[in-house]
Design a protein around this ligand. Structure first.
Ligand SMILES: Cc1cc2nc3c(=O)[nH]c(=O)nc-3n(C[C@H](O)[C@H](O)[C@H](O)COP(=O)(O)O)c2cc1C
Length: 324
């Protein structure tokens, strides 16, 4: 029987999640990863809880197709007052879960004191989680980093507090708060968290291959894995990990990489208004270009385009040269 995570009525199967990523974890990439297979849980990019009640459902941040299930909406916030209205909105949007961003160090969050900066005030986090817990019966999850300094006990105590206040699922990005993405992830730091908690723990950070997935699971003992940048570089990696690590019957990644790229461009056009497409294509291409020899030509060509059509023409030229 392949492994899965059960959360009061919701089954996450395979236990593989697409990470919340600004500009990337939108309806088009979520759908592409579902089509490639092997992804068991989707996240939105982080959303400002304060602005959510006024956000139009067809906005690029809330745009969602029926196949995108289960979907957790990630929130960043600093005040309890915004929780009730934001949760009401998410319940009306048919959220399967609500995630609190406690791990993102982006400058816009520093200014607000949100994301990873909230964790400097654990009492405030406690109150926010308690309030989120009271406001919904949906699964509540949190995404954290490892902390400011290498103090494992403090980290484990913080995670115990999150569980005590009602978090149902915890994702740990295995880097300290200020560490850059190029730094080697500390997957072994997740092991004491996993041992101390009764809730499922998902490991995240630096998983780019089946070998990384196996290594991360061995060092962390995590219940599942979350892929971020690899989802844009290799949207088929979920299926490879599901099959080779968890024993799911996902087909091998036989799909042509050029076709996957153009399928993504189709999804962008299906899901987003014309002015919302090119920026998202540029961001995706930055990662996806890694699949090809001389892929930087594809990335640069798309990057310097002023319209989607221009970008598509440049991409077509790139693939023509690649195949000739
Ligand atoms: C472009 C980009 C945007 C991101 N946006 C978010 C976000 O909105 N919320 C969040 O919790 N983390 C965000 N992250 C962090 C990822 O969720 C993930 O923790 C990180 O990329 C490490 O995982 P990876 O090595 O698999 O990419 C972002 C990362 C990237 C690269």
């Amino acid at each position: 029987m392949p492994v899965a995570i059960s959360l009061n009525g919701l089954t996450i199967s395979p236990p593989l999640a697409l990470a919340p990523m600004v500009g990337l974890s939108h309806s088009a990439l979520r759908t592409l990863t579902l089509e490639e297979g092997g992804v068991g849980l989707l996240f939105t990019e982080m959303l400002a809880a304060r602005k959510l009640p006024e956000e139009n459902s067809s906005s690029p941040f809330l745009m969602r197709s029926e196949c995108e299930f289960p979907l957790f909406y990630q929130l960043f916030l600093t005040d309890k007052e915004v929780i009730g209205p934001a949760v009401d909105r998410l319940q009306r949007l048919n959220a399967q879960g609500i995630d609190l961003n406690l791990g993102c160090p982006a400058p816009q969050l520093r200014r607000l004191g949100a994301g990873v900066f909230l964790t400097n005030d654990p009492d405030r986090v406690r109150q926010l989680i308690a309030s989120l817990r009271k406001s919904t019966s949906l699964p509540v999850s949190a995404k954290i980093r490892l902390g400011e300094s290498p103090e494992k006990e403090k980290l484990v105590d913080f995670c115990r507090m999150l569980e005590g206040e009602g978090v149902d699922l915890l994702t740990v990005h295995a880097r300290m708060n200020s560490e850059k993405f190029c730094r080697k992830p500390r997957w072994d730091w997740i092991a004491p968290i996993k041992s101390a908690l009764g809730i499922p723990v998902i490991a995240n950070g630096g998983i780019f291959s089946v070998a990384d997935a196996l290594n991360c699971l061995q060092l962390s003992g995590a219940d599942g894995l979350m892929l971020g940048r690899a989802a844009a570089c290799h949207p088929w990696l979920f299926a490879d990990i599901a099959r080779e690590v968890y024993g799911y019957a996902e087909p091998g990644s036989g799909r042509d990489r050029q076709k996957v790229y153009f399928r993504f461009t189709e999804l962008l056009q299906e899901r987003f208004a014309p002015e919302r497409r090119l920026g998202r294509l540029k961001q995706f291409t930055h990662y996806y270009a890694e699949n090809f020899q001389f892929g930087h030509h594809l990335a640069i060509g798309v990057q310097k385009s002023n319209t989607l059509n221009e970008a598509l023409e440049r991409a077509a030229e790139f693939f023509q040269q690649l195949n000739s």
